[in-house]
Design a binder for this molecule. Sequence first.
Ligand code: HEC
Length: 136
Amino acid sequence: MKKRYLAPFVMSALFFAACGGGDKKAETTDKTTHENSAVDNSMVSPGADKPASKGEQLMAQSDCKTCHKEEIKVIGPALKDIAGKYPNTPENVDKLSDKIIKGGSGNWGEVAMLPHPNISKDDAKEMVQYILSIGK
Ligand code: HEC
């Protein structure tokens, strides 16, 4: 009987383990599904036929989409709202890529973004470039 209650716990433990250290594994799986599934792609960005930029691909391979969608606020702000708030300047790209790596709250509300210590500064900048290009 006890096992029934153990399963969700084990699964969430795995989830957090994947977030902390094993991002790379999740990336490979994600990428495969992404490339093979037109349906998945059209759900993320309706009607977008253009090839995904590097930043968009990096975001698809990470956990960003759990909390951010392009058009609507989920747990984090909508990507197009972030694009609307920050002009694409080197200072903003630098500040926002640090925020992705370190996490934190305060600019949009009380809810904090998880830190992403495994993401390199360069990759974080690619993601910010993609986010800030949305709707422009
Ligand atoms: C656990 C949910 C969660 C995940 C996962 C997440 N975010 Fe966020 N993100 C948030 C929240 C909440 C905020 C608002 C933080 C604030 O109020 O300052 C935010 C804010 C941001 C901002 C704006 C920061 C600011 O200071 O205005 C950027 C850019 C961003 N996220 C990018 C990303 C990227 C890229 C990823 C994937 C690597 C990601 N987020 C993953 C929840 C998340």
